[in-house]
Design a protein around this ligand. Sequence first.
Ligand SMILES: Nc1ncnc2c1ncn2[C@@H]1O[C@H](COP(=O)(O)OP(=O)(O)O)[C@@H](O)[C@H]1O
Ligand SMILES: [Mg+2]
Length: 244
Amino acid sequence: MTEPVILTEQLGREFAGTWAVRDLDLAVQPGEIYGFLGQNGAGKTTTLRMLTGLLLPSAGRLRIAGLDHATSSRELKAQLGFVPDTPPLYDYLTGRQYVALVASLWHVPRAQRDERCERLLAMLGMDDHADELCKGYSHGTRKKIHLVAVLTTAPPVLLLDEPTSGLDPLSTRRLKELLLAEAARGTTILLSTHGLELAEQVCHRVGILARGRLRCEGTVADLRAAHGDKTLEDVFVAVTEAAT
Ligand SMILES: Nc1ncnc2c1ncn2[C@@H]1O[C@H](COP(=O)(O)OP(=O)(O)O)[C@@H](O)[C@H]1O
Ligand SMILES: [Mg+2]
């Protein structure tokens, strides 16, 4: 069996004696969309930041595409695209200029960059905003432009922190279609979300984090069946309350 694209073993991170994430074993397969659910402070962002290399783990191991963060962190980062919850953009660049800047840093050939950028802007319905300065962008528009920039580099692994926060329903729909299309092309996706609808419609598997630990994981159908066919919201509430 091939190694999962994202693999963590007993991964943990503590801040001043408190574990934000603890004993996390995760295995995400090629082309899979895996969604983290969990209330505020559950440890979702901390996990994503460890996977990106922005934050060092306090315990455990992680490997991405067979690369160990301890020995191959540079090669590992080259596999990743990360869209944080509040993406940093340059205020005085337009969206298109920002995408071009990111693509040039990643040495994406111009023709490929233009083709990908225009296709992604159109898919997310961003044509109208792409030539405005990032300074004036709403939270949702910032996230979409950052996502376009990241996807222009065609990363094999995509990490998204609350990708639908700040997005209107139409943009959310388009994002769902985009994520499914990316996964169908083989991109491995790990995201965090409060959107149970996103989890149900897009994620192949979900995991519920509470107080830094993964309390359960599986397909949405599996989780619902294991809880007497309750809704995903009921399962989320039950699992989260049981952990407090
Ligand atoms: N840089 C930090 N310093 C201290 N505590 C942190 C830091 N980052 C996160 N935490 C703590 O770790 C826990 C998990 O936070 P986080 O991963 O942001 O949760 P989530 O993304 O699920 O809302 C919280 O209790 C938070 O206060
Ligand atoms: Mg968070």
